[in-house]
Design a protein around this ligand. Structure first.
Ligand code: PHE
Length: 344
């Protein structure tokens, strides 16, 4: 009987060593320690043994039972530890691995310089307004002293949307100057506004000409505004954008809606005045058209030219950007080439 107990113990331990899941362990428990197990049956049958054998067998059988129970607990713990450890092992994170960089978007160079230009004027007290890109002939031309058949229309190679009669034809605005009229029609002086926006020209493109680009229009109307105010504002603007040292040149120019009219040019940043493709080998880049608002324009919107005067200007935004960053081809701005855009 004792030998049988010994063999039972050995077999149970042997089987236990092969158990490698909690489910198998439960089967093992039922088999070796359960109600119907051999060991339990032996323990139950102790009463039927002769009295002198009973204590020895009882002690031994109970020892084996306790030994098996503690082996069971031990195995259970080790299996639980293993089941916890394996996902920890397989899902291990190497926190020292460098992160994967992800591509972030950025502002387009034109957006950046537009923001900067608007900031400079905002600091000088100009309010920002916006208006339509599809414009009436009236605002783009007629109200600006450019009636039908006026030769100055040739200055603005126009993309027409339809042909209405008189001022009722629609077009893609060729400049932001129509915003002068739109604003003065509804507001009285003092006026101090800038109007940034996209403009269109029907034009063959080259390094300095593009059919879509941006303007920032400026307008100030009040009593006693003079050419000196215009020059002061534009000098200050050029200084803010390009620094104190950049050369700025004012020359006479003609725009039908101003009198007198000027052209403002800035020393070329690519060749530093020596002459290159960007500046057409002149050393200067035309950056702005400007002038004193024509009295007829004021009168047309009901502002008395005897009482009020004003100045206006139009900044070519991409030109500014080219000067600022030394870009030598305006077509890059709408080319969508990431190699270019990622430099900003
Ligand atoms: N609108 C003109 C252009 O695009 C520039 C300009 C604006 C000139 C305001 C004078 C006054 O060429």
């Amino acid at each position: 009987m004792l030998d049988r107990l010994k063999a039972l113990h050995a077999q149970a331990l042997d089987e236990l060593s092969k158990v490698d899941s909690l489910r198998e362990l439960e089967l093992w428990r039922v088999c070796h320690l359960g109600k119907k197990s051999t060991l339990t049956r032996i323990l139950r049958s102790l009463a039927t043994l002769p009295a002198e054998e009973r204590p020895g067998m009882g002690t031994r059988a109970n020892e084996i039972k306790r030994a098996l129970e503690s082996s069971l607990t031990e195995k259970e713990e080790s299996l639980q530890r293993a089941s916890l450890a394996s996902p920890l092992e397989s899902q291990r994170l190497d926190v020292t691995l460098p992160g994967r960089p992800f591509a972030t978007g950025r502002l387009h160079p034109t957006t950046k310089i537009l923001d900067e230009i608007c900031d400079v004027f905002r600091n000088m007290g100009f309010q920002t307004i916006e208006g339509p890109e599809v414009e009436w002939d009236y605002y783009n031309f007629e109200a600006l002293n450019i009636p039908q058949h006026h030769p100055a229309r040739d200055m603005f190679a126009t993309l027409w949307i339809d042909t209405g009669i008189g001022g009722k034809a629609r077009l893609l605005r060729t400049h932001t100057s129509p915003m002068q009229i739109r604003f003065m029609e509804r507001e009285r002086p003092p006026v101090r506004i800038i109007a940034p926006g996209r403009v269109y020209r029907y034009e063959a493109t080259d390094a300095t000409h593009e059919s879509i680009y941006h303007n920032v229009e400026g307008l100030a109307v009040d009593k006693n505004i003079t050419m000196a105010d215009l020059k002061g504002v534009l000098f200050q603007f050029c200084r803010c954008l390009f620094g104190e040292d950049r050369k700025v040149r004012f020359r006479c120019d003609y725009f039908p809606f101003v009198e007198p009219g000027v052209e403002v040019a800035i020393g070329c940043s690519v060749c530093d005045g020596v002459g290159c493709r960007l500046c057409g080998y002149s050393g200067w880049i035309e950056a702005l058209g400007a002038g004193m608002v024509h009295p007829d324009v004021l009168a047309r919107v009901g502002i008395e030219p005897e009482v009020y005067t004003g100045f206006a200007f139009g900044v070519g935004v991409e030109r500014m950007s080219m000067l600022r960053y030394g870009v030598d081809d305006i077509r890059l701005f709408y080319g969508n080439d990431l190699r270019f855009l990622e430099q900003f």
